[in-house]
Design a protein around this ligand. Structure first.
Ligand code: URA
Length: 244
């Protein structure tokens, strides 16, 4: 691949900036200062450094976003802005959100161009757990907590027409009241059905007033990210997701 493409894939700068950086001698190939942006390199064998720091080649890109309310988690939308638009400065083609959060849901969303990882995390067979902070209308009784944990009828049917209860989940009481006095629970589910959390709370006669995803599998929302902010996954997170 071309050296400038390799550097652009590492988000070193725009093609124009990269050309300038190379001209200024900031990039080395196998220890020798590179002089041309169009020089061809072998990204698997050559040692490329920028400002003295070695760059390892990763075929794919991985970002953690704190999705804000009001943005849709699809790649295109006629009316609303999309999570992809929030990352447009990264100039990464083929980026997709790993799963969906409703427009009024906030929190952890992984965006990547690694289709295999998306498949692995979303496959219904894998039961990847997702934990949500759920602000609800009224205090959860012990009975409703137990019902949610055992499985509730949210209106879905199995192929044979029987009721498809939700899989067992875990509920913990997080706070008796947020700033508006609404109780907060933490709910961990192992499926990803449409509007699942909202429908589960509805099934026990309650209502979700605010929803935020805190984790997905081994990935935890970085609490230094305010809504709308994102960052690349770090090495520890990549290892936890088994990304080579
Ligand atoms: N469950 C919901 O109801 N909405 C979400 O956005 C995610 C899970």
């Amino acid at each position: 691949m071309r050296l400038d493409k390799f550097l652009a894939d590492h988000n070193i700068g725009t093609r124009k900036q990269i050309k300038e950086y190379i001209k200024n001698g900031r990039c080395k190939v196998n220890g020798i200062v590179a002089s041309k942006p169009d020089v061809h390199i072998d990204e698997n064998k050559d040692e490329i450094s920028f400002d003295g720091k070695e760059l390892t080649y990763s075929k794919f890109h991985y970002y953690m976003l704190n999705k804000p309310v009001g943005v849709v988690s699809s790649t295109t939308d006629k009316k609303a802005s999309t999570v992809i638009e929030l990352l447009k400065e990264e100039n990464v083609r083929g980026l997709s959100p790993c799963g969906r959060l409703d427009i009024d849901t906030e929190g952890l969303l992984l965006l990547t161009d690694d289709g295999e990882l998306i498949h692995r995390l979303l496959s219904p067979k894998k039961h990847v757990d997702k934990t949500y902070e759920v602000h609800i209308r009224s205090k959860l009784s012990e009975k409703d907590k137990a019902l949610l944990e055992e499985g509730v009828d949210i209106g879905d049917k199995n192929d044979d027409g029987s009721i498809k209860l939700t899989l067992p989940s875990k509920v913990s009481i997080y706070s008796d009241g947020d700033e508006n006095g609404n109780p907060i629970i933490l709910l961990t589910i192992h499926e990803g059905r449409f509007h699942q959390v909202k429908r589960m709370l509805e099934a026990v006669g309650n209502e979700v007033l605010f929803l935020k995803r805190l984790s997905m599998g081994p990935l935890q929302l970085d609490d230094s990210l305010t809504p709308g902010e994102y960052r690349e996954l770090n090495e520890e997170e990549m290892n936890a997701l088994n990304i080579k």
